[in-house]
Ligand binder design. Structure first.
Ligand SMILES: Nc1nc2c(ncn2[C@@H]2O[C@H](COP(=O)(O)OP(=O)(O)O)[C@@H](O)[C@H]2O)c(=O)[nH]1
Ligand SMILES: [Mg+2]
Length: 361
């Protein structure tokens, strides 16, 4: 008997998503938390993640161990590396309409058409570029600083590896990043509001890349007036005291409906929270916002407030008296994760990108 082999997987979807953000915005940690986010996810689709190349597989194993067992953050990326991750889920596909009954079957009820479950897939293509060694920055102890209003001290020079010179060099990180972004249909853009308020450098990493990406795309056969990508803007490190406080004080934070009932900023409010961050004198968030909406179609942009490690939840429940999951080791000054990792809005941006590219409106 010939015919399609029922066990042959369908060809994978060619949708490619890219990850982008200034050094220190939390890219490596976001990636490290993705596997745990997929495991814990209550989203429809039963999503799982695996490495599509040996570097990515090794990264998943090592970084999951780091977060779960060693309870430390992944080391700052030293050399640029490319990794491809594959996400596999399932979706219900409506059954074809029942055939019209022939004269012989009239009066007999038509068989019920059950929707079938199909495999759903997409790829996350990552160019993990060197970042800043943040280990000795004290951020989780600053409970009384107001992210939006306080003066921030300069934490010293940025790691030389990620200096603007290296970023700009021909064939340097920026060229690689541009090639990478040009190949993707969707982009996850990570924005760390606290770092931006202190270093004010988000815009300087963001704008030249955007400008050059637009120049490249407009020179190609593409005929649109804005960049064609879908963009998920992720406000990172929501669990950080300064970011959480800004969301809480501004009335953007509510409680998740699922255990551990931790704080969340719902997606409908995330864009407004970004606007609130734009008001700070110390932030360039407003320029990032203008850049995004100028170069990309507004309806192709969605905002998320994310945390790779989530809030502290002893016994599986968040307690507002003891909320933070990251603390400084008093001996070596390194950031340590106190308890279990409960990523917040880490898988969601990817699923939104995938679905909006798969089923465009
Ligand atoms: N509190 C908190 N800190 C984070 C989170 N993600 C990253 N960080 C901190 O930010 C530092 C830099 O993150 P990293 O992922 O290396 O940034 P990258 O340079 O963009 O890859 C980490 O070493 C952590 O100290 C998070 O979800 N919550
Ligand atoms: Mg990194």
């Amino acid at each position: 008997m010939t015919g399609p082999d029922p066990y042959t997987p369908p060809p994978p979807s060619q949708i490619r998503l890219g990850l982008w953000g200034p050094p220190g915005s939390g890219k490596t940690t976001y990636l490290a938390a993705l596997n745990l986010a997929a495991l814990r996810s209550k989203l429809p689709g039963n999503w799982t993640m695996n490495g599509a190349d040996p570097t990515a597989s090794e990264f998943i194993t090592e970084s999951t161990k780091q977060l779960v067992e060693l309870k430390t953050f992944p080391a700052a990326t030293e050399r640029h590396r490319s990794m491809m991750f594959k996400f596999t889920g399932e979706r219900a596909v409506a059954a074809p309409p029942a055939p019209k009954p022939t004269w012989r079957f009239r009066g007999v009820p038509a068989p019920v058409q059950v929707p079938s479950v199909e495999r759903d897939q997409f790829y996350l293509d990552v160019l993990d570029v060197p970042g800043v060694d943040f280990e000795h920055e004290s951020r989780t102890d600053r409970l009384d600083d107001d992210l939006l209003d306080l003066e921030y001290s300069d934490d010293g020079p940025i790691d030389a590896i990620d200096s603007a010179d290296e970023y700009d060099a021909p064939g340097g990180n920026r060229e690689k990043l541009l090639d990478h972004l040009q190949q993707c249909q969707g982009i996850v853009y990570l924005f760390d509001p606290d770092r931006d308020a202190r270093q004010g450098d988000s815009f300087s990493y963001f704008h030249p890349v955007l400008e050059q990406l637009a120049a490249r795309v407009m020179e190609s056969s593409y005929t649109g007036s804005r960049l064609p990508h879908r963009v998920a803007v992720c406000i990172t490190k929501f669990d950080d005291p300064t970011v959480y406080k800004a969301a809480y004080v501004g009335g953007f934070s509510s409680r998740d409906a699922n255990p551990p009932f931790a704080p969340v900023v719902r997606n409908g409010q995330a864009r407004e929270f970004f606007h609130r961050l734009c008001r700070s004198n110390h932030s360039n968030a407003d320029l990032v916002y203008e850049g995004l909406t100028k170069y990309f179609d507004d309806k192709n942009i969605e905002f998320f407030v994310t945390s790779a490690v989530g809030f502290h939840a002893p016994d599986g429940l968040f307690r507002s008296q003891d909320p933070f999951n990251v603390k400084r080791d008093p001996v070596d000054g390194r950031a340590r994760i106190r308890g279990k990792v409960h990523p917040i809005n880490v898988l969601e941006p990817l699923i939104w990108l995938h679905e909006s590219l798969r089923d465009p409106r």
